[in-house]
Design a protein around this ligand. Sequence first.
Ligand code: UD1
Length: 490
Amino acid sequence: MDMFVVRGGRPLRGRVKVGGAKNAALPIMAGALMANGPVVLRDVPNLVDVSTLASLLTTLGMSVQRHADGSLHMHVTDEEPIVADYELVRKMRASICVLGPLLAKRGRACVSLPGGCNIGDRPIDLHLKGLQALGANIFVDRGYVIAEARKLRGARIFLGGSFGSTVTGTCNVLAAATLAQGTTRIESAACEPEVVDFGNFLISMGAQIEGLGTPFLRIEGVEQLRGVDYQIIPDRIEAVTLMIASVMTGGDVTVENLDLSHLTAILEKMQDLGIPMETITEGAQPGRCHVRVQSPTSLKSAELSALPYPGIPTDVQAQFMSMLAVADGISVVTDKVFPDRFMHVPELVRLGAKIHREGQSAIINGVSTLRGACVMASDLRASAALVLAAMAADGETVVRRIYHLDRGYDHLEARLNSLGASIQRVEDTPANVPESLRLCDIFSPVRTGQTLVLPSGKQVRIDAPQPTEALIEAGLTSVSNTPSQTEAAN
Ligand code: UD1
């Protein structure tokens, strides 16, 4: 297993391009199961989640090849397989996106339930309710959802739940309705840009869909869908992560290839925080732009709620919290999509943030500096939040379990390093933990009554009970300093 060693305090400068959206690419790849011909997808990010889904699709009779230009070439060669196996599905919840396409195209699907998740309960009841409304017979057996329908029929479906609509649930029901007989009306459909991209992909294959981007979708079933060549939208979550990286490191970064229409709520919040931003259209593709993001002299505090689109996405909640940890004053962050998505809080606290959780909110008392420490990533976006905090912190930070990060960011450390960050990917072994973080080695030899000669030449007498702060301030941060520079005075 790998970990990051991050040396903080380096301002990021330069230009960085945002890649294709993971959350659009995944349902679109699954949707390619319904095509009667080859599908080429462009701007597909090179991520572990994409490879995991590609492996799953291969077991479902699809040939999937990545080309050097970032495109995926996909073609169904065998329509018999219908089982999405637990061993692959458990690695990635979005595997559930194959349920609707398999059912619609092959008449049967047997898809493992994804199981537990670190960001809270993630039921799929709305997916199943929608597919049942289209006439599927669905039951759960031995951990698998088994769905069957000789012919799906259009229906009126309400897809809202206690926490809003469902993104992948809307994709599943939309996919199935596309090949159902007659008209389907979905109410309370998810409006996320990734769902719109999925709908546009289906339309390009011949589907008849109206209302994308609104909660009301009308789908006229068609007999079949054709193969296409389709370009995925830019990843708005990655864009925001890179923008926050510029702010938190005191940097000046131009983030390229954004669709500003996907970022309205986020950019407004960043403006409220006092972040200087400049939109540049020169050199950008039509409909896209670049945004130059600088660091404000004083970052304001804020109240922020993660909400379904067009609100601020839950997928940037952790990154925003990292930034607000070093803002002036008190901020409140609430997650109304995943109310338990706060696993990053105790890890940010390890870096010196002052945050405490109150129900579905976190209260953040901004501090002037964070300090490097060993921290553990709990999920994809929490990992990004920890990397951001580590780059802003004084000293070195170890971020463990970065396999979460690899699931959803395309070579993030390489791109941050190209902007001036210092992030090293190393094997997670005790020997690779920097000396400055091995406090056990540093302080264990220190005994009350000793006088230490510090690297500065200053002598500190160790009087119990709390000598450590003085030692750290005086520069005793490296194990190599300890034995040679420790002198027993008496
Ligand atoms: C997708 C995104 C994920 C993002 C999330 C919310 C992908 C691959 N993943 O996940 O990155 O954080 O949207 O924007 O696109 N719910 C139910 N019943 C259901 C389905 C969902 O109660 O049947 C609840 C969930 O527990 C959650 C809320 O609805 O509280 C939103 O979940 P949903 O939109 O389904 O998330 P995903 O599609 O899994």
